[in-house]
Design a protein around this ligand. Structure first.
Ligand code: URA
Length: 233
């Protein structure tokens, strides 16, 4: 037996929360009767959403892509640009979890597990994302500390972050930045706030899940341990 919202989510209808809303609004029927929140079902039940039969529980896929720069993190781009999906040769309908900018490369998770996707991107969960970047000029200690304590982006202060200088010469600074928020262009804007321009940006980890040696444009399936780890984050 499965809880109805979990069953619907596994069938790809939406996240558990979205499925709860559909149940609450009376769009879901089990064996012809309007379903109620918290109901349990089995594979033998006839389940419909807006009077359309919901198919078998779909297989869930979890993979990581090394997104190269020069593509958009979306399933389909209205402007016809290359998307992250162009690197994935699977029939399943997967979705990217969160977003990397067109010019950012690095670790991107793709899945058809709407629940996990929601959990990983919900601000409440404060999941650390680690980036390495190269910026213009010398990042002064006072600027590094300012970025760690929080800078204003569009009038709102960023949450505490970790900023470590890895290498520096007169023209560039290479840093590691760890943030748990996911605001638009956040790392770029944090550097902008201290007068630095990001020249290269790569996400190398989400929590403890690391990109490792995966080559640009390549993807691999996550193993059971990695999937369990993400589900418990
Ligand atoms: N911060 C950015 O500025 N860009 C990204 O793609 C990710 C984090």
């Amino acid at each position: 037996m499965y809880r109805l919202n979990k069953y619907l989510a596994d069938c790809g209808v939406g996240s558990r929360r979205e499925c709860d809303a559909l149940i609450k609004d009376g769009f879901v029927k089990v064996n012809g009767k309007v379903a109620v929140l918290g109901q349990t079902v089995s594979e033998n039940d006839k389940i419909t959403v807006k009077d359309k039969r919901v198919g078998d529980k779909q297989k869930l896929y979890y993979l990581m892509l090394h997104k190269p720069k020069g593509c958009v993190t979306t399933v389909k781009d209205d402007l016809g640009r290359k998307t992250v999906m162009d690197f994935i040769d699977l029939k399943a309908r997967l979705y990217p979890v969160g977003r990397l900018d067109y010019d950012t490369e690095g670790l991107l998770i793709l899945t058809n597990d709407g629940d996990l996707s929601n959990r990983l991107t919900h601000p409440r969960n404060e999941i650390n994302k680690t980036y390495v970047c190269r910026v213009s000029g010398i990042l002064k200690e006072s600027e590094r500390i300012q970025m760690e304590r929080g800078v204003l982006i569009d009038g709102v202060k960023t949450a505490p972050a970790k900023v470590k200088i890895l290498e520096q010469d007169q023209h560039h600074t290479r840093c590691e930045v760890i943030i748990h928020e996911g605001r638009n262009h956040q790392v770029r804007k944090m550097f902008e706030a201290v007068g630095k321009e990001v020249e290269f940006l790569k996400r190398v980890a989400i929590g403890d899940l690391r990109l490792g040696g995966l080559k640009r444009g390549e993807y691999r399936f996550l193993n059971e341990l990695e999937i369990d780890y993400l589900k418990k984050m």
